[in-house]
Design a protein. Structure first.
Ligand code: F6R
Length: 244
C-alpha cells in the first residue's frame, strides 16, 4: 500500500478520475467497482468529463456498485443507486447491461449477495476499486468486526454509520442494514484506491495507514493490499506521523 498526498480535494479527485480513465483506455472492458457518497462525487464528475473530452471508448466498461442501504428504492435521492444513476450511468448513457448493482428492495437479500459473488466470479474478478472510508473505518458497509475474508453480505449497521448516514437524506431515516461487497473482493481487486478528504477524516486515515491491521478497523486491510493506494488531501493526511 502506498499513500499519495494531494494539496486539495480537487487535485485528489482529478488524480482518481485520471487513474480510472487511463485504466479504461488501456482495458476497454475494465471492471470498475465504486463506492458512492460525498468523497467520490467530484471524481465521478471529472471522470465523465475526461472520458468524453478524451474520446475514450467506455462502451465495454463494466461497473459494480459497492453497496446499498437495505430496503431503499433506487429513486430515493440518498440511495447509492440514485448517486450512480445521476453521476455516471445517465451522463455516460451506459447501457443497463454495463452495470450490476444490489437490489436492496429484494425480499431475499442473501440471494442478492450470492448473485453478486457469482457475478464477480463469472467476470473474472474486479480490476479496479475506488472506495471511501467511514468515520468508524468502514469500507462499503463492511463494518468494524467484519472478517477480512468476507464475501458479499448483509450488514447490521454500526451506530456511527446510522448517524453519519443521515447526511445523505433530506429527512430522518431509519437505517438499520446495508448490503455490501465483502473485503475479500477488495483484497482480490487488481488495484484498490481509497480516497479521503477533509480534516474530519484525519483520525481514521491515521488509523488505517499507521494503526494495527485488524478486523475491528476494516480500512486497515488496505495495508495488506499489494496494489493499494490511499489518496488523501492535505487535511485528511495531516495526522500521519511517518513519511509514506
Ligand atoms: C458508500 C460507501 C461508504 C462511504 C463512506 C464514506 O457507498 O461505500 O463506505 O464510502 O461512508 O462516505 P463519504 O464519502 O460520504 O464520507
Amino acid at each position: 500500500m502506498q499513500v499519495l498526498s494531494f494539496s486539495d480535494y480537487h487535485n485528489l479527485s482529478d488524480f482518481a478520475a485520471s487513474q480510472i480513465a487511463f485504466a479504461i483506455k488501456n482495458n476497454p472492458s475494465l471492471t470498475l467497482c465504486m463506492a458512492s457518497g460525498h468523497t467520490p462525487s467530484l471524481t465521478c464528475d471529472l471522470l465523465v468529463k475526461k472520458l468524453k473530452e478524451e474520446n475514450i471508448d467506455y462502451s465495454s466498461l463494466h461497473f459494480l456498485g459497492l453497496d446499498e442501504w437495505a430496503g431503499l428504492p433506487p429513486a430515493n435521492e440518498g440511495s447509492c443507486h440514485y448517486f450512480f444513476q445521476t453521476k455516471l450511468f445517465g451522463p455516460l448513457q451506459l447501457d443497463a447491461s454495463q452495470y450490476f448493482l444490489f437490489d436492496a428492495m429484494a425480499d431475499d437479500l442473501v440471494n442478492e449477495c450470492n448473485k453478486m459473488d457469482e457475478h464477480i466470479k463469472k467476470i473474472g474478478g474486479i480490476d479496479m476499486m475506488l472506495v471511501g472510508i467511514g468515520m468508524n473505518g468502514h469500507i462499503g458497509f463492511n463494518e468494524p468486526g467484519t472478517p477480512f475474508n468476507s464475501f458479499c453480505h448483509v450488514a447490521r449497521l454500526d451506530e456511527t454509520t446510522k448517524t453519519v448516514g443521515q447526511k445523505y437524506f433530506t429527512e430522518k431515516m431509519e437505517l438499520t442494514k446495508g448490503i455490501t461487497i465483502g473485503l475479500r473482493h477488495l483484497l482480490a481487486a487488481k488495484k484498490a484506491l481509497l480516497q479521503a478528504n477533509g480534516i474530519k477524516k484525519a483520525t481514521v486515515i491515521q488509523q488505517a495507514v499507521e494503526g494495527l491491521v485488524t478486523e475491528t478497523f476494516p480500512a486497515s486491510i488496505m495495508q495488506q493490499h499489494t496494489n493499494g493506494f490511499i489518496l488523501v488531501d492535505e487535511e485528511a493526511g495531516s495526522f500521519l506521523n511517518k513519511t509514506h
